[in-house]
Design a protein around this ligand. Structure first.
Ligand code: CA
Length: 413
């Protein structure tokens, strides 16, 4: 069953969302309601299978959701469930990287990038998308289709999935033609989503917890972003509200690289396109030290030796006074004694702790002031051979010469 025409801008993206809606790589839209395991896409025309992605759906409180995603990416097996991630059977935390995959959290999404040429994103709820490199054209199987660039009516779908349209076409068209999506026109087919919307309305159930079109409108907005558009805020407190944790706000097109206390300017060098989700309001950063939400940058704490210091707190060491400001230590160097030593006649340690061995046979300047014209002091040492081998040397005498002419000498014995 075919519902619309493909968009030339995002033909490499296959997506799943909401009430079992699918969009194939080639731009077919269809619905497939069931709660079993599906192959979404696999590499099937080669002797070695580079990738295989399977989804399991589940209905929770009348809301369809993706309960499990299994991705085989070359030698790596990734299993994603809500709140849990395993790689080759081992539970891992994010970000995770190996020679084959990089997995990170980006706003509300978990992003999986595979070196082989695949990017997948899951919002830990109803929406999952796969972007595939062109080199796999005409080599894929599964619900995402064959990726041959040609939209075919019966690419793989049996007849049993047909639903009659029962929604109001004008009502649906008005939603996707709204001015908040003006930057999406010409990027994503409105006709496809009008059809999707009409089918959504067939299942519209007043007992359903959320408005039945929200997930498809969200998908339209996502596809618009993937096609280079910038949708405006279309959610409100009353229409498809998107709850966020306290101190965060929802943005339709937010920066996925989150500024944090320990990395407060990462957002400025972000190379990813915007995504929807919960973000820190302007002027704040995510407190990744306490993990409690967003705070003004000026309130960021500092960490030293595993201990957390609040903004404005300070510590004192023998050589410096440091105060925590904007998550960073601001330090003032203090005068503090340091020593230099010659031990065993050849082992020298400098004021700054650098140790080296030197076998001398002369009088050497061990230390003097060299920043001023009149040197306030000079310390000289006599290093001489004192054994049978070249490497046996002794500090025979030390002389301190002061500016006023005082000379203090100390000799062995
Ligand atoms: Ca095709």
């Amino acid at each position: 069953m075919i519902l619309g025409v493909s968009s030339q801008h995002n033909e490499q993206v296959c997506s799943v969302w909401g009430n079992y809606h699918y969009k194939t790589f080639d731009g077919n839209y269809f619905q497939l309601p069931a709660s079993c395991n599906y192959i979404l896409t696999s590499h099937c025309s080669a002797s070695y299978e580079d990738f295989n992605i399977q989804l399991r759906h589940q209905v929770v409180d009348n809301e369809p959701t993706i309960s499990k995603i299994t991705m085989k990416l070359q030698g790596t097996v990734i299993e994603l469930t809500k709140g849990s991630l395993s790689v080759n059977g081992q539970i891992v935390t994010l970000p995770f990287s190996s020679s084959e995959v990089f997995i990170e959290k980006m706003a509300s999404y978990i992003s999986v990038k595979a070196v082989l040429g695949l990017v997948a994103m899951w919002n830990e709820d109803d929406s999952f998308m796969v972007k595939l490199d062109d080199k796999y054209k005409n080599q894929t199987c599964g619900l995402c289709g064959d990726f041959n660039g040609i939209e075919v009516y019966n690419e793989f779908i049996s007849n049993g999935t047909f639903y009659k349209n029962c929604g109001d076409e004008n009502f649906c068209r008005d939603i996707f033609s709204s001015s908040v999506f003006s930057d999406c026109r010409g990027r994503v087919s409105i006709d496809s989503f009008v059809q999707v919307c009409m089918k959504d309305l067939c299942h519209c159930n007043s007992t359903s917890g959320s408005f039945c079109l929200c997930k498809s409108i969200a998908e339209y907005s996502r596809q618009c972003v993937h096609a280079g558009g910038k949708p405006e805020e279309w959610r409100s407190e009353y229409f498809c509200p998107h709850p966020c944790p306290e101190s965060m706000i929802h943005q339709e097109c937010g920066n996925p690289c989150t500024d944090t206390c320990t990395n407060p300017e990462i957002g400025q060098v972000c190379e990813h396109h915007c995504i929807d989700g919960c973000f820190c309001p302007p002027g704040t950063v995510f407190d990744d030290i306490h993990n409690t939400g967003c705070i003004p940058h000026s309130e960021c704490s500092c960490v030293l030796g595993g201990k957390i210091f609040a903004s404005g707190e300070s510590y004192t060491s023998s050589c410096r006074d440091c105060t925590c400001e904007q998550g960073q230590w601001n330090c003032i160097q203090k005068d503090c004694p340091h020593s230099c030593s010659v031990e065993g006649g050849s082992h020298i340690t400098t004021y700054d702790g650098k140790a080296y061995t030197f076998h001398g046979d002369c009088t050497y300047v061990l230390s003097k002031v060299c920043t001023s014209l009149c040197t306030e002091f000079t310390v000289q040492g006599d290093l001489v051979k004192c054994g049978v081998t070249e490497t046996e040397t002794c500090l025979k005498s030390v002389t301190l010469a002061l500016l006023d002419g005082t000379n203090v000498s100390a000799k062995k014995d």
